[in-house]
Design a protein around this ligand. Sequence first.
Ligand SMILES: [Zn+2]
Length: 159
Amino acid sequence: MITCEMCETMEVRFVHVMENERYPEQLHCGCICAAHMSGELKAAQERDKKMRSRAQRRLNFHKRKGWKISVHGNPYIEVHGNQAIITGSHDDGYQVCARGPHDRKHLSGKKHYASLPDAKKGCFDAIEFLERKQAEQAKRLRQSLLRSALPILPSSRRR
Ligand SMILES: [Zn+2]
C-alpha cells in the first residue's frame, strides 16, 4: 500500500501512474485523484477495475480449471493456445517455461519460485506476457494491412 501522491491521504492498493504537464514528475495516485487529473472518471475506474480483476485472476490462477500433469510429472496449463509448464529448478524450487500456439520450443523463464503456488502465479505472468506479445503483433499486422490497403493515387494527372 502507498499513500496517494496527489491528495496525500488515500491509501492506494492499485496505483494509477499519472503524468500531467503541470507536474514535473509522475504521480502515483488512487482512482479518484487519477480521475481528477485525467479529467475522465470513467476511464480511471475502468483501469481500476481491470487491475483489480487481473489481481484476482492472478491470485486464483493456481486453482483455475485446466491444470494438468505431463507424462514427466510437470504441472502445466494451456490458455487460448498458450502453454505454461512448471519444472524443477537446481535450487529445489521451480521454474516456468512457456510457449505460444505457433512456437516450436518452450522459452524458459529466468525467475525461480520457492513454492508451487508461486510458480503457478509465474505461469499466469508468462501466459499474460505471451498474450501481450500476440496482441502487439496483431496490432502491427492490422496497421500494415491498413497501410497496404490505402488507395494508390495517380502521381500525375493529364490535363
Ligand atoms: Zn488521492
